[in-house]
Design a protein around this ligand. Structure first.
Ligand SMILES: [Fe+2]
Length: 561
């Protein structure tokens, strides 16, 4: 069966599953060059069909992730929805009304059915001009997260946890993943859970952009004292007696700014630390509770909450848990793949890699380099040439093969740098126009993973996708000081020859030259832009970013002096 999955909410995208296998997946932001682009993903649909070699009339089934998220009204006028999402508004009354609507619609059949019918009519109108006439189905938001986590994960039987702000009126679900591919839901918590706006509201309070900069809050947390303000946060968010505490009266909270007003004037490091601490307490209690109750020690995770790499570390460290797997595109960006897998996959099959996006031919790359009159060579041993420049302390951007699916660059749209300079975060972030509190992430050879990190066994699969922090060993702190956080952790990508041959070749060559099996890997993009997709994006970012070298396809390009 050939299934096209679509998601038209926050960070929209499309994916194709053929006979149970995910063969192509792209988010709209990469094509339209607007980060987290929301709305109908017309460009991504055309791209995944092209990548899969399918004509629109060959698609057997189209599935949309999300019944009523977004609701019909927001689907109808996506530019309004986009404006609302891209601006701060976590404390606004409209946000609260939307929460009420989604939760109410979930429990009353009439608005639910009406919203879905109207959405169906609207989506058919948008799919028809693309030549897509296959039967259209809907997959509930958390069901799509659960399918992605379980069917794209490494276990035949697992505890399936989804948690995010809210989708289709729910904030969190628990399921049992069975060997036949079924996810049996055993618990769901409504969008009235205090977990819903928790992290995004703190993100906004600290002056960052909610739904985008939550990772900065996680990074900042390591610099603060969480215990001092934690009691205040615990008044809002706790997991007790089998569920999360509720929001209380959200509209009242918004108008009076609720308990958040007590945080005004507090050092933002301490606010971030307390927010992170209480999130970890609540979500680890939730996962431990269900692992014990269902007697399942392997857990798969998806939903925006699990972008939090520190939280994922805490979950792996739970005594109830043997191994944790996080879907590589864990937030709403991965919903299209989840829905398509849910419709077609018969049994769980771990993703070999996340290289599911667009690839360019050598002549397309060369044409772009010639267009700009760039100075390039085609070295016979590119990996060795790249490694030699990295060893000299130069910065090399790498563009190779199919683009990654998900928020992390995993060696195909990556900027490499040597890892031993503790000052690298200042100077490289300045060059890239970024402000970050989390250090750059290391890329590490699989053979050296246990030499560099503690507790790899519970997260070896997920560490291939850079979605979990680990405590660093003394060796790692010595050889790669530039990518160890102040709390002694790092968020590695573990690389082997089989799954990441290009990154492996560069890293192995660097190890032969310097003795260190570690490089810095940061995403290839400039300030607040999506990760580069095409050679044109790569050349533009290379020129803006004042990088030293661009290794694109088989070519090595020198920066203009
Ligand atoms: Fe979600």
């Amino acid at each position: 069966m050939k299934v096209l999955g679509i998601s038209d909410n926050h960070n929209a995208g499309a994916a194709v599953v053929i006979d149970g296998r995910l063969v192509a997946a792209v988010n709209e932001e990469r094509l339209c060059r607007e980060k987290n682009r929301l709305g109908f993903p017309a460009l991504a649909i055309a791209e995944v069909l092209r990548l899969s070699g399918l004509r629109p009339d060959e698609v057997d089934h189209v599935v949309v992730a999300g019944d009523i998220t977004p609701c019909f009204f927001l689907r109808l006028i996506p530019h309004w929805h986009r404006g609302a999402k891209n601006h701060s508004g976590q404390f606004g009354v409209l946000f609260d009304l939307y929460t009420y609507y989604q939760v109410a619609a979930r429990y009353f059949a009439l608005p639910y059915q009406l919203d879905r019918r109207l959405s169906r009519a609207l989506l058919v109108r948008r799919l028809t001009p693309l030549g897509l006439h296959a039967p259209l189905g809907f997959w509930e938001h958390h069901q799509a997260h659960a399918a992605a986590a379980f069917l794209g994960g490494p276990f035949s039987r697992a505890l399936v946890i989804t948690a995010d702000a809210m989708g289709d009126g729910l904030t969190a679900t628990v399921g049992i993943g069975h060997p036949d591919g079924r996810v049996e839901r055993v618990f769901e918590q409504s969008g009235m859970a205090a977990l819903n706006p928790y992290y995004s509201r703190v993100t906004e309070m600290l002056g960052f952009v909610p739904n985008r900069h939550e990772g900065k809050v996680t990074g900042l947390a390591a610099y603060g004292d969480g215990e001092r303000l934690a009691p205040l946060f615990r008044r809002s968010l706790r997991f007790r007696r089998g569920s999360f505490t509720r929001l209380g009266n959200p509209i009242g909270h918004s108008l009076g700014f609720g308990w958040y007003r007590h945080l005004v004037g507090e050092p933002r490091e301490d606010v971030a630390a307390a927010c992170q601490l209480v999130l970890e307490e609540a979500v680890t209690a939730f996962v431990a509770h269900w692992a014990r109750r269902l007697d399942l020690a392997d857990v798969v995770l998806a939903g925006g909450i699990f972008e939090n790499v520190k939280l994922n570390q805490r979950l792996r460290e739970l005594p109830e848990i043997r191994e944790v797997s996080v879907f590589p595109n864990m937030s709403d960006g991965g919903l299209a793949a989840g829905a398509a897998l849910g419709v077609d996959a018969a049994k769980p099959a771990p993703l070999a890699d996340a290289y599911l996006g667009t690839e360019y031919r050598e002549d397309e790359i060369r044409r772009e380099l010639d267009r700009w009159g760039l100075d390039y060579t085609r070295p016979a041993r590119l990996a060795e040439e790249v490694a030699a420049r990295l060893a000299r302390g130069e910065v090399v951007a790498r563009f190779h093969g199919r683009m990654e699916y998900g928020p992390r660059a995993l060696g195909h749209r990556t900027i490499y740098c040597r890892p031993d300079d503790p000052a690298v975060n200042d100077w490289l972030n300045r060059r890239l126009g970024r402000s970050e509190f989390m250090p750059f992430a290391p890329m590490v050879l699989a053979a050296a993973a246990d030499r560099c990190f503690v507790g790899m066994s519970g997260g070896r699969y997920t560490a291939r996708f850079m979605n979990m922090c680990f405590d660093c060993t003394a060796y790692m702190k010595k050889v790669a000081a530039g990518c160890v956080h102040v709390d002694g952790t790092a968020r590695p990508q573990i690389v082997d020859r089989e799954h990441n041959p290009d990154a492996f070749a560069i890293l192995a060559a660097y190890e032969r030259l310097t003795g260190t099996p570690v490089l810095i890997n940061t995403s290839f993009n400039m300030h607040e832009e999506p990760i580069v997709m095409s050679p044109a994006d790569a050349v533009r970012s290379f020129r803006q970013g004042r990088l030293d070298w661009l290794a694109i396809g088989p070519y090595l390009v020198r920066a203009r002096p």
